[in-house]
Design a protein around this ligand. Structure first.
Ligand SMILES: Nc1ncnc2c1ncn2[C@@H]1O[C@H](COP(=O)(O)OP(=O)(O)OP(=O)(O)O)[C@@H](O)[C@H]1O
Ligand SMILES: [Mg+2]
Length: 240
């Protein structure tokens, strides 16, 4: 579903974040991206949903080239979750989830007035999927980190994306909550047939939950291997 060819990105300050990335992702895969800080993981994810403008190369999403013309279609098919959750603190869980169906043209006013009954049911279903139906009307700043990330996941899946991009979704969580979030992502991957690309710093979690691990170093792919075939040498090649 994704074909990335010779992707290059240099920021205005001269930093080359991506230096010729080639990557294919098939529908239904759970791909983990590993790499040291600064290796380009976030930039790669942001390039896929058009948050970062690329300099060179192409990204095909369902055989369509990602460019300005296709961007709104790509965003409809893509959900994103973040390390710091990026929720609106003074809103309830359900209202945060509902923001997942807003697009940039919709005014913030719709948040309070224009959601239909059907949309609210969809939001409650998404919260049920992440096991948080009982917290639907709690303000998210009163939830734990793990619960907040589950709201983040519900917000990402309410629009039924084909692809879910997760940028270090468990880096600010304790080990037990991290396991819970990854098993939830795995469940969504398998049961909802959503393809996942997930940036991680934890090798053990990547090995346990993904089908394939991509090792990124200095904006290039160092290895690309089935998770069960990953060995120490590969890991050392990116972390020295
Ligand atoms: N907006 C920006 N402007 C300039 N340089 C940037 C910008 N965003 C990222 N970079 C640089 O691009 C390189 C890749 O950054 P990126 O955030 O993709 O790395 P990362 O692998 O996600 O790192 P981390 O594990 O710390 O999140 C780094 O050298 C970074 O400093
Ligand atoms: Mg990053």
């Amino acid at each position: 579903m994704l074909e990335i060819k010779n992707l290059k990105k240099t920021f205005n300050n001269g930093t080359q974040a991506l230096d010729g990335v080639f990557l294919d992702v098939k529908e239904g895969e759970f791909v983990a991206l590993l790499g040291p800080s600064g290796s380009g993981k976030t930039t790669l994810l942001r390039s896929i949903n058009g948050l970062e403008k690329i300099d060179q190369g192409t990204i095909l999403f369902d055989d369509d080239k990602i460019d300005n013309n296709s961007l709104s279609e790509v965003r409809k098919k893509t959900g994103m979750i973040f390390q710091e959750f990026n929720l609106i603190n003074n809103l309830s869980a359900i209202n945060n989830v509902l923001t997942g169906i807003l697009n940039s043209e919709t005014s913030i006013k719709s948040l309070f007035y224009f959601f239909t009954k059907d949309q609210k049911i969809q939001a409650l279903k998404a919260l049920d999927t992440v096991g948080l139906l009982n917290k639907a009307y709690d303000r998210v700043d009163q939830l734990s980190g793990g619960q907040r990330q589950r709201v983040g996941i519900a917000r990402a899946i309410i629009k039924k994306p084909k692809l879910l991009l997760a940028d270090e979704p468990v880096s600010s969580l304790d080990p037990k909550s991290a396991e819970l979030i990854l098993s939830l992502l795995k469940k969504i991957n398998v049961e909802h047939k959503i393809t996942i690309i997930c940036n991680l710093h934890q090798i053990d979690l990547a090995t346990k939950y993904s089908n394939r691990i991509i090792g990124l170093l200095d904006g290039k792919i160092n290895f690309n291997e089935e998770s069960k075939k990953i060995n120490k040498k590969m890991i050392q090649s990116i972390y020295n």
